[in-house]
Design a protein around this ligand. Structure first.
Ligand code: 2RA
Length: 292
């Protein structure tokens, strides 16, 4: 039986990855590793750790893991590292891939909705404003949110990650670069604002999309719904009601009133599931099924 080692099991995502492996009855022996544990040999290592610890673990695991799935941002943009959402680009994993990165939770929902449109339309530009749940900030932010004095109580905070010299936040740069890499659209213009809101679970995105051609609005909902893992059924979804669900929910789809090559939509999804633990577990399942 293959061995999966999960690292960082005391964090929000690490705990959920363990649950996901159990829920999916993944056929492997699962081992847990805390922050300080030295890795022992495994077939697949799943790193639910921050950038710095992932970097250390990746070097320690060089000869000790056949594959490494990293949930942190550390390696996502490295040229030889596939950045994978299995429903979209599992084909970027080869037998020679060693480290596979799972994307930032915020853009998971975006690319799941855009992927089926990409097949038919020449996508040029995407404006997005995120409404990101507290749980996206991990255990520390969840604990902070318990305090009455928390900045995040009954508030919206337009800074996620660190502020960069050019005025963007690190989260916004991830939205730009990871969207381009996953969709294999290096020139698509991504124009993000990222905002933390007092929802506990469920990231949401207000998205406006521009293509070269006019959109045929009659076909768009069915086209988006054809993406495996996406629900687009005409209902309006809010993060509270989709928390705990696997799918990405797309609603409020409409054409721009002036420009027929512009489309608006609302996307919401569980940031801890499809945005993190579920996606990591799906990558592990893909590796087990196709790469051994
Ligand atoms: C957040 N997307 O929500 C980031 C990292 N999980 O804070």
């Amino acid at each position: 039986m293959k061995k999966i080692g999960v690292f960082g099991v005391n964090g929000v995502v690490g705990r959920l990855v363990l649950k996901e492996l159990e829920r999916a009855e993944v056929k492997a022996e699962v081992q847990h590793f805390g922050r300080e544990d030295l890795p022992t040999p495994v077939d697949i290592a799943i790193l639910c750790t921050d950038d710095k610890i992932s970097e250390t673990l990746a070097s320690q695991l060089k000869d000790k893991a056949k594959f490494v799935i990293d949930m942190s941002a550390r390696f996502r943009l490295d040229k030889d590292v596939p950045l994978v959402i299995p429903e979209i680009n599992a084909n970027t994993i080869t037998k020679d891939s060693w480290l596979i990165a799972s994307p930032n939770c915020t853009i998971t929902g975006l690319v799941m909705a855009l992927n089926p449109l990409k097949a038919k339309y020449n996508l040029q530009e995407v404006f997005m404003c995120s409404y990101q749940a507290i749980s996206g900030g991990g255990k520390k932010l969840l604990e902070d949110f318990e305090q009455e004095s928390s900045l995040y109580k009954a508030n919206c905070v337009p800074q996620i990650g660190s502020l960069q010299e050019n005025g963007y936040t690190s989260e916004e740069l991830k939205c730009i670069n990871e969207t381009r890499k996953i969709l294999a659209l290096p020139n698509i213009k991504v124009r993000p604002h990222t905002v933390r809101v007092p929802a506990l679970v469920g990231h949401s995105l207000g998205v406006s999309l521009r293509a070269k051609e006019n959109f045929d609005i009659k076909e768009i909902p069915a086209l988006i719904a054809s993406q495996k893992g996406v629900v687009c059924d005409g209902k309006i979804y809010t993060p509270k009601e989709i928390a705990g669900k696997d799918e990405v929910f797309v609603s409020r789809i409409h054409l721009d009133s002036e420009d027929k090559n512009m489309l608006h939509m609302w996307i919401t999804f569980d940031n801890l599931l499809k945005g993190a633990a579920l996606n990591g577990r799906q990558i592990a399942q893909y590796l087990l099924e196709k790469m051994f």
